[in-house]
Design a protein around this ligand. Structure first.
Ligand code: HAM
Length: 423
């Protein structure tokens, strides 16, 4: 049998890949508008970076990493997320010694050994954005607004923003202890009891109904915030109000990675079932020091492009507005082998002038070539045969109306550009 991709790998081919591009581009456009610069960073890193950065007690590090020794015996891990690697890169390139904050975005595959299901993959794609070097709550709100506007520009509406604060190194330990005290008194299995000691906040995330019922009165971080963290959180909330971005306070929102401090958030989509998280992020004011850098606050988010594609499909299907992406504007049809050169030249000239143009390849009959033209979504087909070549013309067919007319070959590019511009 022919090879198949390894289990859990998410892939995109046309036509669906157009949705993927659209999603990534929407986030890149939103990030560029807020003056975030692009970075490309390592897909694999020293395993220790993630152990120290993301945290040993997180599921991601303890159960889900693709780790191996390379041929030189180095301990390597395929990135399960971008933040630790992006920060490592910015420190390595000394960007933190220049003007702050450093604002960057990137996108690409990430890898987690999870149980694959709809919306959850082992190779998946994130768009990631980070702002490093300021504690200003305005940048917290800015990152949220960049994500919010990107979702909006994709036409997504059925999602909510969940917001929480996880406090800092002053107030979190006090809360942690209060939570542990509460949790130790509950009727829980051995594994969960161990989690209380290692990472009690994760217990709040337990999905089992019997555990959830017992957690109803658990203390929440927002009741334990120190004055600075509370002021920071209140400012972020007020800024979101100013920006017209609705949010839900989610005092039990805990994120799956250990580096978070203060502001944390998640975007949840209503039509995606179990894997409803279409993005999430927050502050990581201690991460730089955790990975051996100087004290340097930071905040950012990542969105799952795979889940955004699913959300786009779900919302567009519900609204009956599925659109076939129009990749092609003009489609060239050579009638006879001699016309191929003329058609390819005309298509190339159109492309150089910024028009998306394709043509029929191989020895196709007129009918087959026109079918291909229709399928391409182009507005116009340009037919060139022996007669046109003799007369120095091309025959242009409007594929919507069916009207056909001859145009001088030398004028064809300008003629098409003008008509496309006024469509
Ligand atoms: P995360 O919540 O682990 O955060 O992942 C962000 C998003 O990636 C999720 O909301 C989800 O859409 C998507 N995602 C995660 N795992 C999978 C998977 N197995 N299959 C498909 N999609 C997935 C982070 O990764 C942080 N680094 C975000 C961040 C940036 N925090 C600060 N800066």
């Amino acid at each position: 049998m022919a090879f198949q991709a390894p289990k859990g790998v998410s892939e995109y081919v046309p036509p669906r890949s157009a949705l993927f591009e659209e999603a990534r581009e929407a986030f890149a456009t939103s990030a560029r508008r807020a003056c975030y610069g692009a970075v490309e960073t390592a897909v694999f890193e020293d395993t220790a970076l993630f152990v120290r950065g993301v945290g040993e007690s997180s599921d991601v590090v303890s159960k889900e990493m693709y780790s191996f020794a390379d041929r030189g015996g180095r301990e390597i891990t395929l990135r399960p997320e971008f933040t630790a690697g992006v920060l490592r890169s910015l420190l390595e390139h000394n960007l933190h010694k220049g003007a702050l904050p450093v604002k960057v975005w990137t996108s690409g595959p990430a890898f987690r050994y999870e149980r694959p299901q709809a919306g959850r993959y082992r190779q998946f794609y994130q768009f990631d954005l980070e702002a490093i070097g300021t504690e200003d709550p305005a940048v917290d709100a800015e990152t949220i607004a960049v994500a919010w506007d990107a979702y909006q520009s994709l036409g997504l509406r059925q999602y909510t923003l969940l917001l929480n604060s996880l406090g800092d190194k002053t107030c979190r330990p006090v809360y942690r202890e209060a939570l542990q005290k509460f949790l130790r008194a509950l009727d829980l299995d051995e594994e969960t009891r161990q989690r209380i000691e290692i990472n009690p906040l994760r217990v709040l995330d337990d999905k089992r109904p019997d555990v959830r019922a017992q957690l109803a009165n658990a203390p929440v971080m927002t009741d334990y915030l120190c004055a600075e963290c509370k002021a920071h959180y209140d400012t972020v909330r007020a800024l979101l109000d100013d920006l017209g971005i609705p949010f839900t306070d989610a005092p039990r929102l805990v994120r799956g990675l250990d580096y978070y401090t203060r502001t944390t958030y998640e975007f949840d989509h209503a039509l995606l079932g179990a894997q409803s998280g279409i993005g999430g992020g927050g502050r990581y004011d201690g991460l730089s020091e955790d990975i051996g850098g100087p004290p340097l606050p930071g905040i950012g988010f990542a969105v799952g492009l795979d889940r955004i594609v699913l959300a786009m499909e779900a919302e567009r299907a519900a609204a009956g507005t599925e659109t076939t992406p129009v990749a092609c504007q003009v489609f060239g049809v050579p009638l006879g082998a001699e016309a191929h050169a003329d058609v390819l030249t005309l298509m190339t000239n159109l492309r150089r002038a910024g028009v998306n143009a394709d043509m029929a390849f191989g020895a196709r009959g007129l009918k087959g070539a026109l079918r291909a033209a229709d399928r391409s979504g182009a507005a116009f087909a340009v037919l060139i045969g022996a007669e046109e070549r003799r007369a120095g013309t091309v025959s242009i067919k409007d594929l919507k109306t069916g009207d056909q007319q001859d145009v001088a070959a030398a004028q064809a590019t300008d003629w098409l550009i003008e008509r496309l511009g006024t469509q």
